[in-house]
Design a binder for this molecule. Structure first.
Ligand code: ADP
Ligand code: MG
Length: 203
């Protein structure tokens, strides 16, 4: 399966989602994460630690890597704000385009613009993923209901907001492996991972 994670807006959880969705797919087969962002956030994440369960490959090396390694699953992390044309190309070249968004009004407006571009291009292979949802879930559930009522495809499961992700990024590991400076498991890291596992099961 090929999954591409994109958004017009930055800071919505594309890289965190790419890393953890790739980890979900890696449980089913050989997986590669292609880092299509010039900031190389996914590559930096991988370099900070000692072993994610999948390979992270720079976009410049992707063609060669994919030809020689032939992974079963590919996840593409992208830069924010792709042009209309590159958004259409991303949709054309993937099985599923995941659009992460925070549930706030500004992010949702940017999401609606993205969806309009995709619909104008007759691309229907996209699905919205709510990220950084307050753990009470109320805002997330309201956003899910509102988007579903507009006929927008959306993951049933949402990604809640937990500081464990910041620690995982620093450690270069998956969220449930995050450890504090005393080597202790970070609180809620298991719950955080269960959110991505649930989303992975929807793929
Ligand atoms: N579910 C979450 N809970 C808490 N912090 C998060 C979550 N998802 C992302 N973050 C944090 O938000 C920031 C932006 O996330 P990132 O994945 O880098 O977004 P993008 O790739 O869309 O720019 C990072 O500091 C990241 O650690
Ligand atoms: Mg990113």
């Amino acid at each position: 399966m090929r999954v591409t994670i994109t958004s017009l807006k930055g800071g919505v959880g594309k890289t965190v989602s790419s890393i953890h969705i790739a980890a979900c797919l890696a449980m089913r087969g050989k997986t590669a994460l292609i880092d299509g962002d010039m900031n190389q956030s996914s590559l930096d994440w991988a370099r900070a630690g000692d072993g994610l369960p999948f390979e992270v490959v720079a976009i410049a090396d992707a063609r060669k890597y994919l030809t020689s390694h032939k992974p079963d699953h590919i996840v593409v992390d992208t830069a924010a704000a792709p042009s209309d044309d590159s958004l259409k190309i991303l949709a054309r070249d993937t099985d599923l385009l995941i659009l992460p968004t925070k549930p706030d009004a500004i992010s949702l407006r940017a999401l609606i613009k993205t969806i309009k571009i995709l619909k104008d291009a007759k691309a229907n292979n996209f699905k919205v993923l709510l990220t950084m949802v307050s753990p009470s879930r109320k805002v997330g559930e309201m956003a899910t209901e509102s988007l579903s009522n507009q006929g927008i495809p959306i993951f049933k499961n949402q990604i809640r907001l937990y500081s464990a992700y910041e620690i995982a990024a620093t450690n270069g590991c998956l969220v449930h492996q995050a450890r504090d400076s005393n080597g202790r498991k970070v609180s809620n890291s298991g719950i955080a991972w269960s959110d991505y596992l649930a989303v992975g099961n929807e793929l």
